[in-house]
Design a protein around this ligand. Structure first.
Ligand code: BLA
Length: 510
């Protein structure tokens, strides 16, 4: 047998989670050659379909299932031409018996992979009519956390899971729980951050291609697929398999969290993985493929609402910016000095781009509100910016990585958004943010004992949170794309005003 190096906490990124060679017990899997012959089958084929796995290998699919079912599958295969697509058939009898199955079919390399899940759900429960009312809960007004909270509530109703969280990825791939609904009405992880390594890079890549995974029972042994290797010596690629057994490391994580079943659904935005719905249950929980498909659709609609929301948000920010411009112009027309005017609108800037401090550095003069570097520190910072940044707004959430002296004031300013507001020598408006680990606190119950598995305490939420805190010690919260966009609008406004002020001053002097 081929040896796969043991997974450790440090080489998580390399665990081949798409090639673990097992399915979960709730479904059976077969892989067919191009001429419909079974080449691989999961060992539980007997329980699920009534045909022994070993006997199935080498036989045609037509011998394993009823003629009607075979014809139906063959006729619909055209839909598989799109990359990463799957053909889904719900509620079909596979044998000459009334018992129905949900079936998922996809292409994996040269193999056609077919998965069967026996149907348990009562036929009088129509998931389509159930899902529809929940779309209206996805309201666009309010803020993102209200939108996410509404979605979590809808997903809880559709899935019946004890807890549903919306987990949003940050630019550095760490993540934050931005909404949480629990059946006991408490909050456990809301607002918490977790390091990128909790959902390693290959898992995030996989979740872009395959949008939903159900771990129906973390203690399920599952069933191996045999033979384990293809003729080219590699295991079958199960990336798109809906019955795929999951990483043992992750199962340990879930056990340590006290979770028996988990389901996560990808939230995509502009082709990227924006976040996940993470659902937990404290008992095993199976949801059939038809319902899982409806849940996937719900997540699609949520993604769409999210894009709409961000567009609305951007429009609102643009409106705020032009209001700010009018305000500033009015103040200047009243004869108030530019610097004073700008400082007095700092709260309006705060509404558009949240920050902990604001510095206006102009003509070598220093004006500040909130938590910022000192005048001396800002002078050195401005000299650095003069030679490194271009004419547009610049942001970093880890200032010390490009400016050594910043280590001395990390507690006051760990990240900046700098807006050049004049031609050389440059004047700047600098928004500052404090180190993020100073601004969040662990929300989990510290008195609660932790159950710990063979890989130790690292795979527990609290240790994860601590690991995340270590990785962000030197960083501020990241600056959003929208903030950079707003900053550049502000820059245009300020440049224009600045020119006018300078012109007026020059005219006075002449
Ligand atoms: C997968 N990790 C996941 C998944 C989630 C998380 C949601 C998707 C699988 C699922 O649906 O359960 C993480 N779950 C969280 C987090 C919260 C949560 C952060 O509820 C917060 C509330 N995990 C680790 C470490 C490693 C690791 C240290 O913590 C590796 C060393 C690995 N996580 C890991 C792997 C997967 C995973 C390999 C993929 C599982 C699979 O799909 O096979």
């Amino acid at each position: 047998e081929q040896t796969v190096s043991t997974t450790t906490l440090t080489n998580c990124d390399r665990e081949p989670i798409h090639q673990l060679g097992r399915v979960q017990s709730y479904g059976a899997l077969i892989a067919l050659s191009t001429d419909w012959l079974v080449q691989h089958a999961s060992d539980n084929l007997l329980e699920i379909l009534g045909t022994d796995a070993q006997e199935a290998v080498g036989r045609s699919l037509a011998d394993l299932i009823a003629e009607d079912a075979f014809t139906r599958i063959r006729r619909n295969l055209g839909t598989l031409e799109a990359p990463d697509s799957s053909l889904r058939l719900f509620n079909i009898p596979l044998k000459d018996r009334p018992e129905a199955f949900d079936v998922s079919i996809h292409q994996s390399g040269r193999h056609l992979v077919i998965e069967f899940e026996p149907k348990f759900e009562r036929s009088d429960r129509d998931v389509m009519s159930e899902i529809y009312p929940h779309f209206s809960q996805l309201r666009r007004d309010g803020d993102i956390s209200r939108l996410a909270q509404g979605a979590a509530r809808g997903l809880q109703a559709l899935s019946g899971f004890d807890s549903v969280m919306v987990y949003q990825f940050q630019p550095d791939h760490s993540g934050q729980v931005i909404a949480e609904i629990r059946s006991d009405r408490t909050k456990k992880y809301d607002g918490m951050f977790f390091p990128a390594s909790d959902i390693p890079v290959q898992a995030r890549a996989l979740y872009k291609r395959s949008l939903l995974r159900l771990i129906a029972d973390v203690d399920d042994e599952g069933a191996p697929i045999s033979p384990a290797f293809k003729i080219d010596g590699a295991p079958l690629d199960l990336s798109l398999a809906v019955t795929r057994a999951v990483s043992p490391i992750h199962l340990e994580y879930l056990r340590n969290m006290g979770v028996r079943a988990s389901m996560s659904v990808s939230i995509m935005k502009d082709g990227e993985l924006w976040g996940l719905f993470a659902c937990h249950h404290n008992r095993p929980r199976y949801i059939d493929y038809e319902r899982r498909t409806a849940i996937e659709m719900f997540a699609h609609v949520f993604s769409y609402e999210l894009s709409q929301f961000e567009t609305t948000q951007r429009n609102r920010e643009e409106k705020n910016m032009s209001r700010l411009q009018t305000q500033l112009m009015a103040m200047l027309a009243d004869g108030r000095p530019f610097k004073e005017s700008l400082i007095s609108v700092s709260e309006d800037i705060q509404d558009v781009i949240p920050h902990d401090g604001l510095v206006l550095y102009s003509d070598g003069e220093f004006h500040a509100t909130g938590t910022t570097p000192t005048a001396e520190e800002t002078r050195s910072l401005a000299r650095m910016l003069d030679v490194t940044i271009g004419a547009t707004a610049f942001s970093t959430n880890q200032l010390e990585s490009i400016h050594d002296p910043a280590r001395d004031y990390i507690d006051r300013c760990a990240g900046i958004l700098a807006i050049p507001i004049s031609k050389r020598p440059r004047d700047y408006l600098i928004l500052c943010r404090r180190s993020i680990s100073q601004t969040v606190a662990w929300a989990g119950d510290p008195t609660k004992p932790m159950d710990v598995g063979p890989n130790g305490v690292r795979l527990t939420p609290r240790k994860s949170f601590e690991a995340w805190q270590e990785t962000v010690e030197w960083r501020s919260a990241p600056w959003a794309d929208n903030s950079l966009h707003s900053a550049n609008m502000l820059r245009t406004v300020l440049l224009e005003i600045f020119l006018k002020v300078t012109e007026a001053n020059n005219a006075e002097r002449a």
